[in-house]
Design a protein around this ligand. Structure first.
Ligand code: RTP
Ligand code: MG
Length: 143
């Protein structure tokens, strides 16, 4: 299986609930290697840019409000089959439908405020990583 990278965001609800440590520990325990990490705060406009694919969806405005409601922690993670494995690891978008033991099942309050993001393809993972990180901020890219 190919080594892939995925972009995750510990969303503002994860930061507010003081779960950065717990979720990061689980991520590492599951075998994902952190190759980039920062804490930042999106504006409503930058959140809108990140989630531009959902522009026409009824939840878009609410999503942009939520994602800009406080600091968040984006990370680039590396692992074999990272994209699919990470989405399995975080669980379904709606925590009520998420498998037991997943991050969203354990910590998320609702489909809107669901603790964590995971890229849905290698290509989108690259775009999303470039959105948050400059080349020199990705440790594993350095010689
Ligand atoms: P994500 O992109 O954050 O990893 O989540 P996902 O793939 O599981 O879900 P997606 O369909 O891409 O939706 C992106 C985010 O929008 C919010 N959402 N709210 N109120 C709603 O019905 C609703 N549906 C989606 C969630 O924060 C979701 O993670
Ligand atoms: Mg998505």
């Amino acid at each position: 299986m190919a080594v892939e990278r995925t972009l995750t965001i510990l969303k503002p609800d994860c930061v507010r609930k003081e779960l950065i440590g717990e979720v990061t520990r689980r991520i590492q325990e599951a075998g994902f290697k952190i190759v980039a990490l920062k804490m930042t705060r999106l504006t409503k406009d930058t959140a809108g840019g990140f989630y531009a694919v959902h522009k026409e969806r009824p939840f878009y405005n609410e999503l942009c409000e939520f994602m800009s409601s406080g600091p968040c922690v984006p990370m680039i993670l590396e692992k074999e089959n990272a994209i699919e494995d990470f989405r399995t690891f975080i669980g379904a978008t709606d925590p009520d439908e998420a498998e037991e033991g997943t991050i969203r099942a354990d910590f998320a309050d609702s489909v809107g405020e669901n603790i964590i993001h995971g890229s849905d393809s290698v290509e989108n993972g690259k775009k999303e990583s470039n959105f948050f990180f400059a080349e020199q901020e990705v440790v594993a890219n350095k010689a």
